[in-house]
Design a protein around this ligand. Structure first.
Ligand code: XBP
Ligand code: MG
Length: 259
């Protein structure tokens, strides 16, 4: 029996490294198809990741670059159209099965399922992107493992606002202290912490490694597999060799008592 009842996972950057070789080329393909000369190379994209959400990121780019919509063009509709096309390109990429899950993700989900720990998603990206990523990850029916997929525009404010975590907690009918969150970015960490989830694990990636994760309980470079243990950047694994339910339970108990 564990002190927590559910794991709530972010998707982009946490479940898989989707940004540089997934979302980014999909944005560029949509720009090219629309006849725009915009192009987001990997480094610029890292800067644009400061803003979560594809539509929000396009608007942020336009603002930064001083790009005005053509006269008579409704900017909301223009951005929404571009983003719809970007999603189509991204889904096509996912269906090629070229974006694997990060190390330890499936291992931890399997362990959670076996132990009766509930699984949920809290992400900024669109729900169809989440389902496609999971269904092309090599484990048939994987998206069905998740009781709640809280995604995209179901809440008014994207991360770092806490809204998507609060929404996931409501759908799970759980309190923040019943859950462990797994994130990869400063925006995501703030969202989880501001939703009241203190048992927060951050698995950094190349885009986020130098960010500030506030009061995150544990920061690692990956969840880890038996043959590739994680590097611990903050906090500790309590003698465990990877991020497993026992390590999370210890961390949760330190924050919340015996529960
Ligand atoms: C993920 C994002 C998303 C993706 C693009 O943030 O910021 O915007 O980059 O997704 P997080 P969409 O991992 O913090 O949830 O284009 O579908 O919005
Ligand atoms: Mg993320």
């Amino acid at each position: 029996m564990h002190g927590f009842k559910a794991l709530i996972f972010d998707v982009d950057g946490t479940v898989a490294d989707t940004e540089r070789d997934g979302h980014r080329p999909a944005f560029n393909a949509a720009f090219a198809a629309a006849g725009l000369d915009w192009h987001w190379p990997p480094e610029l994209y890292g800067e644009l990741l400061a803003v979560a959400g594809g539509k929000e990121r396009i608007r942020y780019f336009m603002h930064r670059a001083g790009i005005e919509p053509a006269p008579g063009v409704d900017v909301e509709a223009f951005v929404a159209g571009l983003h719809r096309d970007k999603t189509a390109h991204y889904l096509a990429l996912l269906r090629q099965g070229v974006i694997p899950l990060r190390p330890g993700v499936l291992r931890l989900w399997r362990e959670a399922r076996a132990a009766g720990v509930r699984l949920a998603i809290a992400t900024t990206t669109t729900p169809e992107n989440v389902v496609a990523l999971l269904e092309n990850a090599g484990e048939p029916g994987l998206s069905g493992w998740f009781e709640v997929i809280a995604a995209g525009d179901v809440v008014p404010n994207k991360k770092p606002a806490p809204d998507i975590f609060t929404y996931a907690l409501e759908r799970l009918d759980l309190k923040p202290e019943d859950c462990v969150a797994v994130e990869d970015s400063d925006n995501g960490a703030r969202a989880a912490l501001d939703a009241g989830i203190r048992a927060l694990v951050v698995t950094v990636n190349d885009y986020t490694v130098d960010q500030d994760f506030g009061a995150a309980a544990l920061v690692v470079d990956q969840l880890g597999e038996p043959d590739s243990p994680p590097r611990v950047l903050a906090g500790d694994l309590g003698g465990r060799s990877l991020v497993d339910l026992a390590a999370l339970d210890r961390l949760h108990r330190q924050l919340h008592g015996a529960g």
